[in-house]
Every structure is written in C-alpha cells, then in structure tokens.
Design a protein around this ligand. Structure first.
Ligand code: N01
Length: 555
C-alpha cells in the first residue's frame, strides 16, 4: 500500500481537475462505503491507485449505517458474514452472537475502515448525483450533491442492492401529525416509543425484526400486514469463546466451502427429498431444523426450493407452527402465508415474532381484508375505520437492485443514460458491466447472485474479479473495458432462463420488482449459485475476459 503522505491531497487534485483533460483527478471513483465499497477502496489503494470514495452517509457501513431500526440484525452467522481477505482481521475480530446485531456489524466495518486507514480517501455526507462518461477524454466525470466534481478513469458503483428505501405513495401521508420513520433511514439517536401508539406498515424481514422490539416499548402497536411472510425462528444466542476459536481455526476450509457453495453460507446439507420421505419422518426433520433456527429450515430437503408439492410440505409445517403459537385462531390464520411458495419471497428470520401477537398491546390489521384508504392527521384509515397513531413506521422495503443506480444520472457513450438503457429492465453482463458504459463496474448488481446469497461472499468475489480485470487491463495497456452487447444479451437470457419455471416466479417479490408500481417484472438476481457463478467468472477471466471488449482506443 502506498504511503498516504505521498498521495496527492484531494484538494490539490481537484484544483487541477478539468473535465476536458485526459488526466483524471483520480484513477478511480467508488460510490458507497458499505462492505463492497470499503473492500474496493482498500484493493485499489493496495495497487497504488488514487481513489476517491463518495458516501452519502456520515459514516461507513452502508446498509448497516442506515438500518438502525430496533431489532436489526443479520440472519447469516456472524463468523461467515465477514471479510475473509485478511487473515489477521478475521482472527482478531470477536463476534459475540450467532447472528450479529446492527451495532456490532457497524462497529466491525468502522474497525475495518480504521484498521486499513480508509477514511482519508472517503468523502462523507456526499451523495453522487451524476456520473457521465466523456467520449473525447475517455474519463468519467462524477458530481455530488455537496459540490464535488471529479474525473476518473474507472467508476465503481458499490451502491448496494437494497439501499433505496421506499415509502409507498399513500394518499394523505403529508397530513399525518405524528412521527414518520422508515426502517432503512432510522435516526441515529434512536426513537423513543414509550407511551405511544405505533403503527408498523410492512411485514418483510425488517418489519419482522422490528415488531417484537417495538411491541415491548410502545403503549399500543398496530401491525398493518399486506402479505404474511414465512418467519423462521432465529434461535440467536451468544457465541462462546471456544466456539468462535474453533471456527477461526477452521477458517481456510470454511471460507473455501462458502465460496463454492450455492448460497455463500454454511448450512447443513439436505437430508433427502421431501417427496421421498415418509410424512412422520418428514415432520421430524422439519422439527429438527426449526429447533436449530435460521435459514437451514429452507433446505431441510433438496426438493423444497424446486418442487411445488415438496415446498408445500414445508409451508404447511410453518403454518402449523403459527397456529400452535398464536392463541387467537383468527389472528393465526391471518398470519399464515398462503398462495405462494416458501422462499419465493425472501424468508424472514425472527425472534418471538409470532409470540408478539399474543400480547395485549398488539393488534394485527389484515390489509387484504381492509386495505389502507388514506393516511389522515390522526392515523391510518382503512375501510374499517381510523387507527389512531402517534407514530408510523414504514418497513416497506426498497426499490431493490436498480433503485440506487437509477437515482444517479449515469450516462455512458454518446450521453446515453442508464435509466433509458434499463427502461424495460436491467441488463448487465455478469451483473458487473453494462454494454455502452465503458470502465463502469457495478458490484452486487442485477444479474449477480448477490441478494440470493451471503452477500459478503458475493461482494468479495465481485471486487476481486473486477480488480483482477483492472490488473489485466493495466498489464496489457488497455484503457477501456465494457461488456459486449452480445455477451450481455446472452447473460440476460441465461439469468432469466434459470428463473423461468422456478418457484421464484410464483410470488410478487422484490426480486421481480413487483413491490414497485410500474417497475418491469424481471427476475433480477442470478439463481445459478455462488460457486457456479464464481467458477464461471474465473473461466471468463482465463479466456481473456471473454464477452468484454478490452481496448486501448474507444471503438
Ligand atoms: O422489505 P420487504 P424489508 N402497503 O420488501 C409491505 C433484506 N433484509 O425491508 O409483501 C402495505 O421484504 C410489503 O408487503 P407485500 C432481505 O433480503 C435482511 O423487510 O409487498 N404494505 C412487505 O410486507 C429482505 O428481503 C435482513 O405485500 C406494503 C413489506 O412492506 C430485504 O432486505 C433484515 C406496501 C416490505 O418488505 C427487504 O426487507 C432486513 C403498501 N403500500 C432486511 N408496500 C436480515 O438479514 C410494501 N408493503 C435479517
């Protein structure tokens, strides 16, 4: 890594910045200081490149900076939801729980930023508003809402697949006189719900985590549910020092297993096929996974995620648990997910979620039966009447995978915008490159396995692959890299080909953009698996970056 004192200061670089110059302000601009952006910055710096990272928040952390809602935690094991690129880092960091809570992950990422001295190359509180490629100079000009304008040879979008929070367009929202919060934009100082009547709209992963914690504090909690989710018990617990030491001793093999796995996480393998297992044995196996907690329930049997009948056995098991847990049979039935396969919308992992509906201060409103008509000054009006509230919490999710990119005015060759290019749905090659947008890389983008996986494993792969490509360009003297249209078309066809016919197509999920009115219904992530994707990317690199145009001059 170059000595930071030898790097030219940002101010002096920017002062000689000129959009028309062929000498860029920086070698690379990175957008976003989450897991992906921090590792990209670190990797580029280690190659002696000059980098500026722009981050909208006032600190590092990305997702884990913004999602400070009560109960926020990861549902991937802490020891696996962490960087593997530096052995000292993974050996020295002490995870305290099986599933890490948001403050702990944020502390970890702050530690990473400090440990590798990353902050000096980050501009905080600065949201990138545009990134324009200039055909004449071959450089990107990146501007921010805090007045920065810089040029760079490469731009890396580490903007996150779940970072563009959505508050639905409900009539009368502005008239509400109480507090309004979104789980993904939670105040740093927290929110005091004591003595308040709180309404939570949304019962996806965020709502499922927040609801039990808010219920403990609020005077009254009303949960507005549109689609009930499948909520698996987390069974979170402290990690004993012996347990963590064992994991750390086994890290080389464990990381290798993660990288070659389907989801990037280490789950017990399926115990057979549900449809070939006797019903009483099947229930016993589901009981075992239910008792163990976490995502492993989903893969109890190898056919649960591939066969609708097998899937229904798992779905019905979850419904039986809901009916067993929730005392009021009407409420239990409203909480029972029906009409779509388990896992086709992201399963939720929660703690005491169903138990919360046995509390005297919690009411469930079934929006399928009584839809929201409008928000009024004193609360939420459904067609059954007004629910009076002091605070509304939107746990209504994100404009996933494309929202953060679409919020930036990105223009490639000939001034063509990414928004126009993706009007009918996102198109990438491998999820990292877009034809017509030279030297722009997207991390965890549409067309990559990112959101279907332990995203940290996917992120490390993406970053290392992109950096490997930059190394290749530099060693061969190439200046421009972008996907060819042909390779991109083939990749999009491959990604959608795997999804078509899968159980994932049978739900209105954010994977399909179904949660955003008007968004094209395209299955955005790559279902082929983390290991397969990694091997494919490695082969493409070995084939001289097949499907990419890597040139010294713009064609
Ligand atoms: O968002 P969501 P999320 N009126 O889109 C409802 C990751 N994550 O923030 O299903 C009424 O899943 C919507 O209803 P419906 C994880 O990948 C991980 O919870 O569209 N309701 C749904 O119930 C996750 O999948 C972790 O009918 C409306 C909810 O709002 C992803 O982030 C924790 C509505 C949105 O659920 C997103 O999760 C948190 C409306 N107009 C998040 N609009 C962990 O690691 C939307 N809804 C544990």
């Amino acid at each position: 890594m170059p000595d930071s004192t030898s790097r030219e200061s940002r101010e002096s670089r920017e002062s000689r910045e000129s959009t028309a110059s062929s000498e860029p302000t920086y070698d690379a601009v990175v957008v976003g200081a989450g897991f992906a952006g921090l590792y990209t910055l670190h990797s580029l710096r280690r190659r002696g490149l000059t980098v500026r990272l722009f981050e909208a928040g006032d600190g590092v952390g990305g997702t884990w900076f913004w999602n400070r809602y009560p109960g926020a935690r990861c549902d991937v094991d802490s020891a696996d939801y962490s960087y593997s690129f530096d052995d000292d880092l993974q050996q020295e960091w002490v995870w305290t729980e099986r599933f890490p809570a948001q403050p702990e992950i944020l502390r970890y990422l702050e530690h990473v930023a400090d440990r590798f001295g990353l902050r000096e190359d980050i501009t905080f509180g600065s949201r990138v508003t545009s990134a324009h490629f200039d055909d004449a100079s071959g450089l990107w000009t990146v501007t921010t809402d805090s007045g920065d304008t810089v040029t760079a040879r490469w731009t890396v979008m580490a903007t996150g697949p779940l970072s563009s929070a959505r508050i639905p367009d409900i009539a009368g929202l502005a008239t509400f006189t109480g507090e309004i919060h979104h789980t993904a934009n939670w105040p740093e100082q927290g929110v005091d719900f004591r003595g308040k009547r709180v309404g939570v709209i949304g019962t996806g992963s965020s709502g499922v985590q927040a609801i039990p914690v808010i219920a403990e504090q609020a005077a009254e909690l009303t949960v507005f549910q549109r689609t009930p989710g499948f909520v698996l018990p987390a069974r979170n617990r402290p990690l004993g020092p012996g347990e963590l030491a064992e994991i750390k001793a086994d890290y080389p093999a464990r990381r290798q297993l993660q990288r070659q796995s389907h989801g990037g996480w280490i789950l017990p393998p399926p115990v057979g096929l549900a449809l070939e297992t006797a019903p009483d044995v099947r229930i016993k196996e589901y009981e075992t996974r239910w008792a163990a907690g976490g995502l492993a329930f989903q893969t109890t049997f190898g056919d649960v995620m591939t066969d609708a009948t097998a899937n229904e056995t798992a779905a019905e098991f979850v419904r039986s648990k809901i009916r067993e847990t929730v005392s009021d049979p009407v409420t239990a039935e409203v909480l029972c997910p029906k009409g779509y396969p388990l896992g086709s919308k992201r399963v939720c992992v929660g703690t005491d979620y169903y138990e919360t509906f046995n509390r005297g201060n919690v009411e469930l409103v079934d929006l399928r039966a009584t839809p929201i008509e409008e928000i009024v000054s004193e609360g939420i009006r459904t067609d059954a009447g007004v629910h009076e509230l002091d605070a509304i919490v939107f746990a209504t999710g994100f404009d996933a995978m494309t929202g953060a990119l679409g919020a930036i005015d990105i223009r490639g060759r000939d001034g063509v915008t990414l928004r126009d290019t993706w009007e009918a749905g996102p198109r990438t090659y491998l999820g990292v490159s877009v034809a017509g947008f030279p030297n722009l890389f997207v991390l965890a983008g549409p067309g990559s396995p990112s959101v279907l996986s332990n995203v940290v494993v996917s992120i490390e792969q993406h970053v290392e692959w992109v950096i490997g490509y930059l190394d290749h360009m530099r060693s061969t003297g190439a200046r421009f890299a972008e996907a060819t249209l042909e390779a991109q078309d083939e990749w999009v066809e491959h990604v959608t080909g795997i999804a078509v016919g899968s159980l994932y197509m049978q739900a209105d999920s954010w994977y399909l953009g179904a949660n955003v009115p008007g968004k094209p219904r395209i299955f955005m992530p790559y279902l082929g698996g983390v290991g397969n994707y990694r091997n494919l990317c490695a082969q493409i690199a070995a084939d001289g970056y097949r499907g990419f145009s890597t040139t010294t001059e713009l064609g």
